[in-house]
Design a protein around this ligand. Structure first.
Ligand code: GLY
Length: 364
């Protein structure tokens, strides 16, 4: 009998398992391939300020709260696993391709300033001074100095090492449902649990819990070239379409991502890759010289209001899913909140926004 069984081994589920095990509870994680879902496709931007849209004030608040937890979370995890997470703190530069794109960024800056958040408005020339590889056409931008970014695959590797060191059991298999006192796997076996955490991301619907979570496909591409082509994350609006370029210390640049409502479709398409390359090249023409090392599609767990679902759905079951575009960013906040729920402590007030009860028609 485990104290806690976490269904789902993405960054969210693994972070919960790690923080729970640190509290001395006996923990198991059920997943057919830990870290192989959305976490494997993620770019790792910890960028609540530059990723926000006007209507998303609650998600901005959540993101900023979790961003503040990231440096300590990363330091603890690096120490627990002896893995460098490639956490970077050079901020995000959001740039505009044409005057309509610049108008959108200007409105975004006004919205953030109205909430008391400092963003720096830059001219095109100032953007190029920060990032000389930007195209002359870039009209202007915003610098969000507090945004961070991290390598999500290293985070997964570190979490798996930390879990092994903490004695967490990894149960390979897919959960088919919750039963009294445990989790049933598709092969029939029941993993016994006092409490269960549902961290199944885009696959949450398979458990039949009535949570309105749908897959939102994102295609990304990894390029490699000389290190230092970009020094910070560059997010761009190109004729109204959003694209981002996330550089790593070894010269890799992740370019992402499409947003497609196609169900459980993870095909990488010519159109998806073309769109990313077209827009990324408008902003940073030099990327055409880079080697393509990988392309991939992942499934974000979308919710009707773009906020995650974090909270108790049954007396012995806590949900931690539906993180949509923010699973990596929100992992520390989610883990702390879920550990509080599992141990009878008071979770952060801000998680009230994520209460599963906000959806009508759920059968939980
Ligand atoms: N957070 C980046 C994405 O979802 O594409």
């Amino acid at each position: 009998m485990y104290d806690v069984v976490v269904i789902g081994g993405g960054v969210v589920g693994l972070s919960i398992a790690w923080r729970t095990a640190e509290r001395g509870l006996a923990v198991a994680v059920v997943d057919p391939g830990p870290g192989s879902g959305a976490s494997h496709a993620a770019a790792g931007m910890l960028a609540p300020i530059s990723e926000v849209a006007y209507t998303e004030e609650p998600s901005l608040r959540l993101g900023r709260e979790s961003l503040a937890l990231w440096p300590a979370f990363a330091a603890d995890l690096s120490a627990a696993a002896a893995v460098d997470l490639d956490l970077r703190a050079d901020g995000t530069l959001a740039v505009a391709y044409d005057s309509d794109d610049l108008a959108v960024l200007t409105d975004l800056a006004a919205f953030e300033e109205s909430l008391g958040i400092a963003v720096e408005r830059l001219t095109g020339r100032e953007c190029r001074r920060l990032e000389p590889m930007l195209a002359p056409v870039v009209r202007g931008g915003l610098l969000a100095r507090d945004d961070l970014w991290v390598n999500p695959r290293r985070v997964v590797r570190a979490l798996l090492t930390a879990l092994a060191r903490a004695g967490v059991a990894m149960v390979p298999g897919r959960a088919s449902g919750l039963v009294d006192g445990g989790v049933r796997l598709t092969r029939g076996e029941v993993v016994p649990a006092r409490q269960t955490v549902v961290a199944t991301g885009a696959w949450t619907a398979e458990l039949g819990l009535g949570l309105p979570i749908r897959p939102v496909k994102g295609q990304i591409m990894r390029l490699r070239g000389p290190a230092g082509l970009l020094t910070r994350c560059v997010r761009g609006l190109v004729r109204g379409t959003s694209v981002y370029l996330v550089p790593r210390a070894d010269g890799e640049i992740t370019v992402g991502a499409t947003q497609e409502e196609l169900g459980f479709d993870t095909r990488v398409t010519a159109g998806g890759m073309w769109e990313l390359l077209r827009d990324a090249r408008e902003l940073v023409p030099g990327i055409t010289e880079l080697e393509i090392v990988e392309f991939q599609a992942g499934l974000r767990p979308g919710t009707p209001d773009n906020l995650p679902v974090i909270g108790r759905i049954r007396p012995d079951v806590v949900a931690a899913t539906g993180h949509h575009r923010g699973g990596i960013l929100l992992a520390p906040l989610t883990a702390d909140g879920v550990v509080a729920m599992l141990t009878g402590e008071q979770p952060s007030q801000i998680l009230k926004e994520c209460d599963p009860g906000r959806f009508d028609g759920g059968n939980h």
